[in-house]
Each structure stands twice: as structure tokens, then as C-alpha cells.
Write a protein that binds this ligand. Structure first.
Ligand SMILES: C[S@@+](CC[C@H](N)C(=O)[O-])C[C@H]1O[C@@H](n2cnc3c(N)ncnc32)[C@H](O)[C@@H]1O
Length: 487
């Protein structure tokens, strides 16, 4: 114990709650790294999930130097921002965690968390508050997802209230929040496109009737691994992919025939085989069982074919607004050489750079490059070329004039969640386009890449954010960078 200069004993610092202790937590904000943050007295508390504004009882799991990690046990006060969730699975499902938070408050918390992610840029003179004014919210907050990946499992999560001994040997649904070995059987997903729910139910019923075993993710045995569903909003075409273990072609072909017969909205069915141990809803090989192998979608007034392995923005209505923001932040493209870095099926570049002199897309996934080439052709974009490969190598090659592309005046960059590899960012600086528009679904990795670009002679000229994923902690943000005259 410390002694004061007058000799009287100072009050002992309050002892911190131990693991196992129950504490009362006021949930305050989203943690940009995932989960939510709150307070219990003087302690900062992190919870894997919860609703900002609510007061809960939680059990302490771990004591960290700066905060406690705790698991919510029960709610004491729903808080002023509570909303009635539409989904029956909302408490257990790891799919969308904020359905019970009023949508306007979701946007406010997402904006705060996005700005927080950009806080490291303050050291480079960027004020995240001034940079990002708000988020374009969605008009449709349910039924908006045009793509869902469901998982088959022989470990169904048995929900509270089910009969003792209920059959748990087959599930087709989504992983449980925080318990990835278990799969929650999903009767109906409220955020996916409506017809997806009927196809989900039919697949479960037909697979069970045919006696095809679901995958065991621990023993790595079984057959059925994933069901991917995708809808083109403009045409109503639906694509399904059955991802299975290798070696069951006949059984899957029979299941596929029954599924197409039962669900006439299925215009394309693909069988993908995966021998990988990891739970990823793509196969190493694919064969088309029904239809052309792709669906036809429209975006920004253009027509796009999207096949099973190609990326397409999951919220078509909000993708229209994303394209508008990218177009605004790109400024005039007429007569410019435009690079579309991580271009997928070519959507952003073709939508934004129709008047460009040349458009060059760079993409890793060969099937997406094939789609991008077909998409350029179907939209009469003879000025578009696509380079297949990892942008670590292809952008570096472009900087050395090794892919035949002239240097860009404008670069659109839309990497996966992890952001760009440092070698790709360095190549971008070397290529020195006068403007870069960086699109990101993860503001933390965006902040890392933007910091390098700011250090490489660029200044931020604007930003925007669009909510493509209502009820989830994710948001799409877009940043315009202008090359400073001196560099
Ligand atoms: C977020 S998506 C964006 C696609 C496209 N811009 C769009 O809006 O539809 C990211 C894309 O980057 C591609 N990708 C991921 N890693 C890559 C890499 N190392 N090199 C090139 N492309 C990559 C993915 O295949 C995917 O198509």
C-alpha cells in the first residue's frame, strides 16, 4: 500500500473483476476490429456482440491490461435504440448481428467506427470527421443480399426449447456466432433474396431424402459442403452452386435434377468439388449441371454476366449508389487511361470508364477475367483489356511497361477485405496516376494502404461511404486521392 506525504494511507485502487465474475455493462459503441465496446464502472469492456445503448449482465472471460473481455448473459435494459428483429435466428446466427438496433442508429455507429478506423491517418494531417460526412443508408434493409453461402453440417445446433434427443445429424444454414463447428439450420434468412429461401428449403429436403451425408468439418468426411445461391435482380435469373467433397458426381447430378425440377427459378446449377480442409464455399473444379453457367445482371445501365467464381457486389441496389460515388470521386475520365485494380467481372471499370481512352482491368480469378472480357464485349467496350494474375506482380509489371498497358491517369482500386499487398501499393505509387479512387469494405486495411499512398505523394481529395450490408458491422467506403503537383 502507498503512503501519502502526510503519512495517511491512500485508498487502495479498486480491485479488477476476476474471470468468472458477473458485471453490469453499458454497451456504448462498435469496436472497429469487431464486437462492441462498453463500460463497467471504471473498466472498458469488450463483448463479441451486443446492442449499443443496452445494459447487460456479462461474465468476465479475460482481464487485459486496457480492458476486460466478457460474454453477455442477460439484458437488463434494451436501451433507447432497440428495434424488433425480423429474423427468428437473430440471437444465435452469426450472419447479421444488428437487426435489433434501429437502422438510423446502425448507420451512426458504423460512421463512428469507420472514422475510428481512419484515426491513424490523423498523424498525416487527415481529420476523419471532416473527411467522411456520412453513410448513404439503404432503402431496402431486408431481402437485399443477392448472394448467400450456406453450409451443410452433421453438427446441427440444437436450439433452446427443442426436445431432448432431437435429431442433430443434418443442418443446412449458417455458422453460429462464435462457435464455428456448429451450424444453425436456417429456415428463412431475412436478408437474402426472397426466392433463395425456397431453394434453401428444397435443397435441404431433397438432400435428406436422397440420404446424401453432410460434411463433418472435424473428421473431414461426408459429401455435401456448401450451397451458394445468387440472384440477378434485373433478370430474375438464379444460380446455385453445390460444393461437395470429390467423387460423388452421380449422386449430385441426381440431386441437381430434382432441385431444378422443384425450383424452376434456378436458371443455372453448378457442381463444384473441393478436397480442401478449410471451410471455403468454392471448389477446385467445377462442372455446369444446368443452364449456361452464369446469370445476367444489370448495373449502371450495363449488362453483366456473373459466373459462379466471379465477385459481384452483394447488394445490387446499393451497388448502383456505390458506382455513382466512385464516378463522382473519379472526376472526368474522358480520354484518360483508367486502371481497374482488382476488377472482378469488370463492373466498376466498365460502369465508370466508358468514355476513357483505354481501360485496363487487373484480376486474380481467371473465371472473373473471362466474365470481364465477355462483359466488355457485350457492352461494346472495345477500349477495355484485362490482365489475369496477382496485382503484386501484374501492377509491378505494368510499372515496367511489361503488360503493354500505358501508364494510368486514373486508377480505381477495389481490393478484398485484407487490402492490397504492400508490393501492389508500391507499384501504384510508381505508376503515379494523377487520381486514385480506393474502394474498401474494411476501413482498417484501407487506412493502412492510404497511409502509404499519402506518404507516396498523394493527398486525400474526398471520401464517401455506402451501406451495402444493413444489420452487419460492415460498410463500404471510398476515398479519392490526388497526386500533389510537387511529386
Ligand atoms: C472486392 S472485389 C471487387 C471486384 C470489383 N471491383 C467489383 O466491384 O465487382 C475484389 C476482387 O479482387 C480480386 N483479388 C483478390 N486478390 C487479388 C490479387 N492479389 N490480385 C488481383 N485481384 C485480386 C478478387 O478476386 C475480387 O474479384
Amino acid at each position: 500500500m502507498h503512503a501519502t506525504s502526510s503519512g495517511s494511507a491512500a485508498p487502495a485502487p479498486p480491485s479488477r473483476p476476476r474471470p468468472g465474475a458477473e458485471i453490469e455493462v453499458e454497451i456504448l459503441a462498435l469496436d472497429p476490429a469487431g464486437g462492441v465496446l462498453g463500460r463497467a464502472g471504471a473498466e472498458r469492456v469488450w463483448l463479441a456482440r451486443g446492442r449499443p445503448g443496452a445494459r447487460v449482465v456479462a461474465r468476465v472471460l479475460r482481464r487485459r491490461r486496457s480492458h476486460l473481455e466478457a460474454a453477455p448473459l442477460r439484458e437488463l435494459d434494451a436501451g433507447p435504440d432497440a428495434a424488433a428483429p425480423r429474423c427468428a435466428h437473430v440471437r444465435e446466427c452469426g450472419g447479421c448481428s444488428f437487426q435489433d438496433l434501429a437502422y438510423e442508429r446502425q448507420l451512426a455507429h458504423l460512421l463512428a467506427a469507420t472514422r475510428e478506423s481512419l484515426a491513424p491517418l490523423a498523424a498525416l494531417g487527415v481529420d476523419p470527421h471532416a473527411l467522411l460526412a456520412g453513410i448513404d443508408g439503404a432503402r431496402e434493409t431486408f431481402g437485399y443480399r443477392n448472394k448467400m453461402d450456406f453450409t451443410f453440417s452433421n453438427r446441427r445446433w440444437v436450439c433452446a426449447g427443442e426436445e431432448l434427443g432431437a435429431d442433430a445429424s443434418f443442418a443446412l444454414g449458417l455458422h453460429l456466432a462464435g462457435r464455428h463447428q456448429k451450424v444453425l439450420d436456417i429456415a428463412r434468412c431475412e436478408i437474402q433474396f426472397e426466392r433463395g429461401n425456397a431453394i434453401l428449403a428444397a435443397t435441404r429436403e431433397l438432400a435428406r431424402a436422397a440420404g446424401i451425408a453432410p460434411w463433418d468439418s472435424r473428421a473431414h468426411t461426408g459429401v455435401l459442403r456448401h450451397l451458394v445461391l445468387r440472384e440477378a435482380r434485373a433478370t430474375g435469373q438464379v444460380l446455385a452452386v453445390l460444393v461437395t467433397a470429390p467423387g460423388h458426381a452421380e449422386a449430385i447430378a441426381a440431386l441437381g435434377r430434382a432441385l431444378v425440377e422443384r425450383c424452376p427459378s434456378l436458371t443455372t446449377l453448378v457442381h463444384a468439388e473441393s478436397a480442401r480442409l478449410a471451410n471455403v464455399a468454392v471448389g477446385e473444379s467445377e462442372r455446369v449441371l444446368h443452364g449456361p453457367g452464369w446469370i445476367d445482371e444489370q448495373l449502371a445501365g450495363l449488362s453483366f454476366r456473373v459466373s459462379a467464381r466471379s465477385f459481384f457486389q452483394v447488394n445490387t441496389a446499393q451497388a448502383e449508389r456505390l458506382v455513382e460515388r466512385v464516378r463522382e470521386l473519379a472526376g472526368g475520365v474522358a480520354g484518360a487511361v483508367v486502371y481497374d485494380v482488382c476488377c472482378g467481372a469488370g463492373t466498376l471499370g466498365l460502369a465508370v470508364a466508358r468514355d476513357a481512352r483505354e481501360l485496363w482491368g487487373f484480376e486474380l480469378e481467371p473465371a472473373a477475367v473471362e466474365d470481364a472480357r465477355a462483359n466488355a464485349a457485350r457492352n461494346g467496350c472495345a477500349h477495355a483489356r484485362f490482365v489475369a494474375g496477382d496485382v503484386r506482380a501484374t501492377l509491378a509489371a505494368a510499372a515496367l511497361a511489361g503488360v503493354g498497358a500505358p501508364r494510368p491517369g486514373i486508377a480505381l482500386v477495389d481490393p478484398p477485405r485484407a487490402g492490397l499487398h504492400p508490393a501492389a501499393v508500391a507499384a501504384l505509387v510508381e505508376l503515379a496516376p494523377r487520381r486514385i479512387v480506393y474502394v474498401s469494405c474494411n476501413a482498417r486495411s484501407a487506412a493502412r494502404d492510404l497511409a502509404v499512398l499519402l506518404g507516396g505523394g498523394y493527398a486525400l481529395a474526398g471520401a464517401a461511404a455506402v451501406d451495402l450490408f444493413p444489420h452487419t458491422p460492415h460498410v463500404e467506403s471510398v476515398y479519392a486521392l490526388e497526386r500533389s503537383a510537387a511529386s
